[in-house]
Design a protein around this ligand. Structure first.
Ligand code: FMN
Length: 474
């Protein structure tokens, strides 16, 4: 099944007609507004009094390009400078930074430690220096993570999973045997201390907030589906969120004044796999699928009862910022980041990618309407390509999200936000076409970047290696 290229829609009306025909509920504006009154240029006042200068947000994106001891490399600095150049006033986390070595998703992931502190501070400063215009309305956080079952701290090819429970599908896929131990409650307590220590370091490095990552299958997210886990950190909703509550309590005491946000996968499906013709299909399953936070038990549907409870919890903890994303790029890339071309470990789209975009926008809007007091950032807009700004403007006008988060688009085309805000035409040659090389690269042990469109990466030796690998799959 192939779907029309986004670039084939020459007017908003043409795209709208297609959406109607395809039964996809996604709204967009015909024209973009420019100037001080433009919806995307509106400042947003946070509960703590800080005013963020516009409604664009750079989503966290790592490059698998740090040093062995967890410091940024020149590639990392460049990426963060480009985040700054974008003109977006909210920088949600920069990229996942591990709170300790065993939680690194790859041996090149950033690590938050006393040793890396000056470099993390320099990353932030580089971003600010690259930002056009005033910078007192720029809000920059650091995403704190432990990669849980996806930890590969020492070798790009060797997983060293730290799991909370045995998962019926993911264990098998990842070669995790029944004897692999689950983290004990005491080990979790020590990990909570590491998150708190990392938050203190982030504050000293100058970050305005930390994101306690709860998405994409990593450890924080795994807590939310640990329904069978006995003990203090599994089973009831209260237990599954104890990890978050204890981290927040610790940060409030030991890093006062540091703001806290949470990026959460607000829904999840059963893992997908390659089916006939390499098109994605869900793992066959009978009975109730209980391991999807925000799932309805079928493995393929959404029930926001618990995600809403989670929003209530955030509000009760004094957390005012939430970034909504979905599922995991490891087992459901079509939900997390809709794309035309799959990454090397993915599958062809099982649905019109615009449905994936619309699904995240709808869930985000439902959650925003449920808790209008929370500042909500949406994700997964990149697939909209040239129509991203028109959908973004509509979303913000409708109050379906407070911020429009941009991920993949920022890699080749960071200035998209600045161009939209200034009313300049889009630079179509730089628009991300969702080739997924930014994911295939790291899956093949290479640094991540936009190899097809960013000259800097196009000219690197890895570009040729990637081409070769894609020619000879497997
Ligand atoms: C190369 C790459 C690296 C990413 N790294 C992170 C990360 O460190 N933390 C995170 O929460 N999400 C990460 N993401 C997910 C993005 O933040 C975002 O949710 C996703 O790409 C969908 O948004 P988009 O459609 O604008 O790309 C990454 C995505 C890509 C493509």
């Amino acid at each position: 099944m192939s779907y029309p290229r986004i670039s084939s829609f020459k007017t908003a009306g043409e795209l709208r007609a297609y959406l109607t025909e395809a039964g996809i509920d996604l709204k967009l504006d015909d024209d973009l507004q420019v100037g001080a009154d433009a919806p995307l240029a509106q400042p947003y006042r946070l509960a703590n009094g800080f005013t963020i200068g516009n409604r664009f947000c750079v989503l966290p994106m790592e490059g698998w390009d740090g040093t062995a001891d967890g410091r940024p490399s020149e590639l990392t600095f460049r990426r963060w400078r480009r985040f700054g150049m974008s003109g977006a006033k909210l920088v949600w986390g920069g990229e996942a930074a591990a709170v300790r070595h065993d939680g690194r998703a790859n041996p090149n992931q950033l690590l938050v430690s006393e040793k890396t502190l000056p470099d993390l501070a320099a990353l932030r400063e580089g971003l600010i220096a690259a930002h056009p215009g005033r910078t007192d309305d720029l809000y920059i956080g650091l995403q704190l993570t432990h990669s849980g079952r996806y930890s590969k701290p020492n070798d790009k090819k060797r997983g060293e999973p730290r799991i909370l429970y045995h998962h019926p599908f993911l264990d098998r896929r990842m070669g995790i045997g029944p004897d692999t131990p689950v983290l004990t409650d005491d080990e979790i307590k020590r990990l909570i201390d590491d998150f708190i220590a990392a938050a203190q370091l982030a504050k000293r490095a100058g970050f305005a907030f930390v994101d306690i990552k709860h998405c994409h299958g990593y450890l924080g997210h795994e807590f939310l589906s640990a329904v069978d886990r006995p003990g203090l950190y599994g089973g009831s909703f209260e237990n599954r969120t104890r990890f978050l509550r204890e981290i927040v309590a610790g940060i409030r005491t030991s890093a006062p004044g540091l703001d806290i946000g949470v990026r959460v996968s607000a829904f999840d499906f059963i893992p997908y796999r390659k089916g006939a013709g390499d098109v994605g299909e869900p793992e066959p399953f009978t009975g109730k699928y209980r391991f999807a936070f925000g799932g309805d038990g079928t493995g393929l549907g959404i029930d926001l009862t618990e995600p809403k409870k989670f929003m209530d919890l955030l509000a009760s903890l004094g957390i005012r910022m939430v970034c909504i994303t979905a599922s995991s790029p490891y087992y459901n890339p079509h939900l997390t980041r809709p794309a035309t071309f799959p990454p090397s470990d993915g599958y062809l789209p099982p649905e019109e990618p615009l449905s994936g975009v619309a699904r995240q926008i709808k869930v985000t809007a439902d959650l925003k309407r449920y808790r209008p007091d929370l500042m909500v950032v949406g994700s997964a807009y990149t697939y909209l390509q040239e129509w991203l700004p028109n959908v973004a403007q509509r979303v913000v006008c409708e109050g379906d999200a407070d911020f429009v988060g941009l991920g993949r688009m920022v890699l080749p085309y960071p200035e998209m936000c600045a161009d939209v805000l200034a009313g300049r035409p889009l630079q179509t040659k730089l628009i991300c076409r969702t080739f997924s090389d930014c994911t295939t690269g790291p899956r093949s042990g290479l640094v991540s970047g936009c190899y097809p469109l960013d000259d800097y990466y196009r000219q690197r030796p890895e570009a040729a290696q990637l081409k070769e690998m894609k020619r000879k799959p497997g």
